[in-house]
Design a protein around this ligand. Sequence first.
Ligand code: SF4
Length: 313
Amino acid sequence: MYKYLFGPVPSRRLGMSLGIDLVPRKVCSLDCVYCEVGETTKLTLERNEYILYDKVVAELKHYFDNNPDPYYFTFSGSGEPTLNSRIGEVIDFVKERKPNVKVAVLTNGTIFSNPDVRNTLLNADLVLPSLDAVDEDAFQKINRPAKGLTAKDCVDGLVKFIKDFKGIVWLEIFILPGYNDSEENLLKLKEAVHEINPDLVQLNTLDRPGTIDGLFPASIEELEEVIKVIDFPNTKIIARAPKRKEQKSYRQDAESAIIGTIARRPCTAQDLSDILGMHISEVNKYLDVLEADGKIQVTRQERGVFYSVVGPV
Ligand code: SF4
């Protein structure tokens, strides 16, 4: 069992992807109201070797020697990966050992105003930053940033990054009605998106009930309206988990373990992660697919979002 690697998981955006987690749960520069990993316990802009380089590299060497290659090695997981001060060295190690497999970085893009962070990602193939709000009030409301961080810092950093980066950039915007869908924010987002000029904009929204009151997904019609306002040529809606049959590869044992556990009693994603020893991000990916296939149902209770089985097991 690896501690810092998870999967390969069926990522809706990247296919089968091996996750590399460089920060403990949950170190992040944001505390987004919709975060699937849970509340941010260390809200910080400070970069550090939160997970030791040697420990991650030891797991990667073991993985390389014992497993087939995934489609992607993806830096993501329990928080913001660019807060790990040695992420660039881990990327370089992966690229050196596995030059034929692509490296992706899922990031909230908040600390790209730091040139070290931008330089450290130059060797990746695909960077997927998120940007939900440019209006500072909306930014505070949906992303609840670390002290001192502004939406303007994020946009400026992304604009600088994309000028130097030779790989592909997919910008994700998570739309939450009542949080960041005001006309004011969408018009500012439009301006920022055109300035950043990514290869693709992906619109996302909640898949499941939010962990706090008052969070609702945007409807497809609302997302289409956002596309019209943003008016960026390459914008797609990704707010739907892939169905099981759409996955090229899938770990049946992981699915069976999740179904078997929630058949006995409803569980939260974190319960499943603790019981099955699976990474929280891996659990969430499988829950996405199981829900899209209509195999599980979701209810929000005081302790969080619970999953249970639909019909006979
Ligand atoms: S940036 Fe990502 S990991 Fe951090 S709080 Fe937001 S959704 Fe969660």
